[in-house]
Design a protein around this ligand. Structure first.
Ligand SMILES: Nc1ncnc2c1ncn2[C@@H]1O[C@H](COP(=O)(O)OP(=O)(O)O)[C@@H](O)[C@H]1O
Ligand SMILES: [Mg+2]
Length: 335
């Protein structure tokens, strides 16, 4: 198959996406497909490896549109390996819907709901999944934080990833500073009770009848899992599989599948949890509908530990995309 792999993108996670995208492209080639790499610059320009500019037109299409040649480059499926805003949040998925092209992963709804930390938490609560106490702010309202949440708390832009703009506050001064920072990144801010003394455990889910992998643990080398400790430190460790009791593993897997369904995710997602060290209590932190996908990333590593190799995994995701497209194209659109 001819598979367009979209990577880079207009987000803080541009560089990570390039690494994820090239490993996926290589794996697809190894599986016998042709990968057409599309790099999206920080400015939002889409280019092939030979420098030719392409785009996707918002009308029924058979492939990518070569901008300067005014013609179509046919493809069978799109693999959007984009993290963060303008890629993982339903925007690119919307464009692919208009083009009528099959694509890997969640659709518009699952992507958008899984990106917004306020919306995802509300959906999780609604599904009966335990989450830390959270409120959504659209203005600098420190009073409501102090009465509803208290300290220490986490302040997060609703629609970002990679810990960008996230801070922990232990008092009013730190809260004000953290809110100012967060409001530079988004108009919607989530403030959350800090889960103290917790391990961070993650679980991979693969659709369409969602299956959960063995969980893995992340041990950050900082007070919390910051941007620095995610990408610029060699001291953050992954423990795969995580050392947990059978009952805890089972519960995490069940909650992961519930979370996947709660936001309407499709194809793949990584679900991140806190496990309290003292009580063993499990709380859901977030869902990532296009998780990091380098050879050493948690998502594929967890499947490897559960018996699915990287190559088989990307191949499976492509087949799922085609199946979903096939199914959806049979739906009636009028009476
Ligand atoms: N409520 C919380 N209690 C304790 N630590 C938290 C909490 N929320 C976030 N963190 C820490 O901050 C990190 C990043 O927050 P997260 O919500 O996962 O955002 P991102 O989407 O940027 O990964 C987490 O991995 C964790 O280390
Ligand atoms: Mg996270």
């Amino acid at each position: 198959m001819k598979i367009a792999v979209l990577m880079g993108g207009q987000s803080g996670e541009h560089d990570v996406s390039l690494i994820s995208g090239s490993s996926i492209a290589k794996a697809l080639e190894k599986q016998g497909h042709t990968s057409i790499n599309v790099t999206i610059s920080l400015e939002g320009i889409w280019q092939l490896d030979d420098g030719k500019e392409v785009t996707i037109l918002p009308k029924p299409s058979k492939g990518l549109w070569l901008v300067n040649e005014n013609k179509e480059l046919p493809i069978d499926v799109v693999f959007p390996v984009l993290h963060g805003p303008k890629g993982e949040d339903g925007t690119v998925q919307g464009l692919l819907e208009l083009a009528g092209l099959p694509y890997v992963g969640s659709g518009v709804l699952g992507s958008a709901a899984g990106m917004d930390k306020g919306v995802m938490k509300a959906l999780f609560r609604d599904a009966g999944i335990p989450v830390p106490k959270t409120i959504l702010l659209e203005s600098m309202d420190t009073e409501v934080v102090e009465t509803e949440i208290g300290y220490p708390c986490f302040i997060k832009p609703a629609n970002l990833g990679s810990s960008v703009g996230i801070n922990k506050a232990k008092n009013l001064g730190e809260l004000e500073k953290a809110l100012q920072i967060a409001f530079q990144y988004d108009t919607r801010i989530v403030v959350e009770e800090a889960v103290n003394d917790a391990r961070e455990v993650e679980c991979s889910v693969l659709g369409p009848e969602p299956k959960a992998s063995l969980p893995g643990e992340i041990v950050p080398d900082a007070e919390f899992y910051t941007y620095e400790s995610k990408y610029h430190s060699n001291n953050s460790r992954l423990i795969i599989p995580a050392e947990l009791s059978k009952e805890q593993i089972k519960l995490i897997q069940e909650l992961a599948i519930k979370a996947f369904k709660a936001v309407g995710a499709e194809g793949l997602s990584r679900i991140d949890f806190f496990v309290k060290k003292d009580t063993g209590e499990i709380l859901l932190n977030e869902i990532n509908t296009m998780p990091g996908f380098t050879q050493i990333s948690m998502y594929p590593k967890l499947w490897e530990a559960s018996g699915i190799s990287y190559g088989v995994l990307v191949d499976k995701l492509v087949s799922l995309a085609l199946e979903k497209h096939q199914k959806r194209s049979q739906l009636k659109i009028s009476r």
